[in-house]
Design a protein around this ligand. Structure first.
Ligand SMILES: Cc1cc2nc3c(=O)[nH]c(=O)nc-3n(C[C@H](O)[C@H](O)[C@H](O)COP(=O)(O)OP(=O)(O)OC[C@H]3O[C@@H](n4cnc5c(N)ncnc54)[C@H](O)[C@@H]3O)c2cc1C
Length: 403
């Protein structure tokens, strides 16, 4: 064997899984197709992600980068605003997290993973994986020279995110149940931010055209702004993507006020149809984590947190199986990851049905209900004390009945 574990991709899932395994003294090679820093979307973390970064020995390096502290999620529609502050969650849950430019964040994680002993190799695109009784033979090619490398590993963790390497190679892709949408986004400088503890809040603005927008402020003075919409809304506005984005953003009074003096500093990016699903999350000698497994939708900023949750869990199970302990991957991995995804899925569906938006914006929620919702928005989707975790569909239906 050239290595114990071959990790595909050096995004947040790859660095967390690699670090946990290397700290257990397993040999880890992490192959990354790109060179860092590189742009990636997914800039607003949830407090739960800080727990997992700490478990992987990565949190201190993240804190040292001085990212913008995020204390709350603020939902806005016209004059109505409702703030979900992470200080108001359950005992033991974190009350703060970060807004992170992903180029810097992912590089910080990968550099720290290397310090933990992960053999990180950039410019290496994984192209083929063949499994046999002994493990896997992984073929990668150097993106610049096209030179091919083959490595034998006992286990392959697919952390390739949007690359979805094993789902494609093993024909595991399944259609998502969510409707395809379009996102346009950029970074700006010069937005007018709220003061004090509210500066780092994520703003989720419910847009008059049935779309929604995010505003995510960074500590470097830049702010990420994006709009998620039905394809028909995108098509209805003429012009280039930047013109479309700002014309639509400025139809919302809250966004107009905040961005009226701001200037874009990044070419507008368009993404569409990002939701994905797979037939299963593991097989003999492999497991899928993060976006390589399932990705829902950006609305509750759950992507990175779910990527870290699945990566940490997969790494812990690989360690246990290398230590000779029996592992029930279906129950202990697929079951748990799909449970976490399922909680957010219920919230995402209800959001786009227009129901959850109405409830989130109501100011008269009972404290216990607000606390339970805030915990979900904080990424604590595996805490069975929370009714929205135990039975998300039922708890949401009961909430909607209240009016
Ligand atoms: C519009 C939009 C907004 C979003 N906003 C948020 C947000 O605010 N907060 C949030 O938490 N999430 C957000 N997300 C989701 C977030 O982008 C992802 O969930 C997150 O990046 C997943 O992390 P990952 O480690 O699984 O994969 P990735 O971040 O995609 O990293 C995977 C890595 O694998 C590498 N790779 C790919 N293919 C190969 C290959 N063949 N060989 C080697 N390496 C390979 C890639 O280069 C990449 O570096 C958003 C998503 C969208 C679409």
């Amino acid at each position: 064997m050239d290595t114990d574990v071959l990790v595909i991709g050096a995004g947040p899932a790859g660095s967390v899984a690699g670090s946990i395994l290397a700290r257990h003294h397993h040999r880890v090679v992490m192959l990354e197709a790109g060179t860092f820093p590189r742009f990636q979307i997914g800039e607003s973390l949830l407090p739960r992600s800080n727990d997992i970064l700490a478990e992987a020995g990565l949190l201190d390096a993240v804190v040292a980068r001085g990212y913008q502290a995020k204390n709350a999620a603020l939902f806005l529609q016209g004059a109505v605003r409702e703030r979900f502050c992470f200080a108001e969650v359950f005992p033991g849950q974190r009350t703060q997290t970060f807004q992170v430019p992903r180029g810097d964040f992912d590089q910080t994680l990968a550099t720290t993973a290397r310090q933990h002993g992960v053999d990180v190799r950039f410019n290496q695109r994984v192209e083929a994986v063949a499994f046999d009784a002994g493990g896997a033979l992984v073929t990668a090619s150097d993106v610049e020279t096209e030179a091919r490398t083959q490595l034998r590993a006992r286990f392959v963790l697919d952390c390739s995110g949007y690359g979805r390497v094993l789902p494609r190679l093993l024909a595991l892709e399944r259609p998502s149940v969510l409707t395809p949408r379009v996102a346009l986004f950029t970074w700006v400088e010069g937005d007018e931010r709220p003061a004090g503890d509210h500066e780092g809040d994520i703003w989720i603005c419910i847009h008059p055209r049935g779309a929604w927008a995010w505003i995510i402020p960074f500590s470097n003075g830049r702010t990420s702004v994006g709009l998620v919409m039905e394809p028909a809304v995108y098509e209805s506005v003429p012009g280039c993507d930047r013109d479309r984005l700002f014309k639509l953003l400025f139809e919302d009074e809250n966004i107009l006020q905040r961005l009226r003096r701001a200037v874009p500093v990044l070419k507008t990016v368009k993404l569409q149809a990002w939701s994905s699903a797979v037939e299963r999350l593991h097989g003999t000698g492999w497991a899928l984590t993060g976006n390589a497994a399932e990705f829902l939708d950006p609305v509750f900023s759950s992507g990175v947190t779910l990527a870290l949750e699945s990566a940490a869990r997969a790494a812990a199970l690989v360690h246990r199986s290398f230590s000779g302990e029996p592992v029930d991957w279906a129950a202990e991995y697929d079951g748990v990851v799909l449970k976490a995804v399922g909680v957010f899925k219920a919230f995402v569906r209800s959001w786009y049905a227009g129901e959850l938006q109405r409830v989130l914006l109501r100011a008269d929620k009972a404290d216990a209900i607000k606390r339970s919702i805030t915990a979900i928005l904080g990424g604590y989707v595996l805490d069975s004390n929370n009714p929205f975790v135990r039975e998300p569909e039922r708890a949401l239906a009961a909430l909607l009945k209240l009016g």
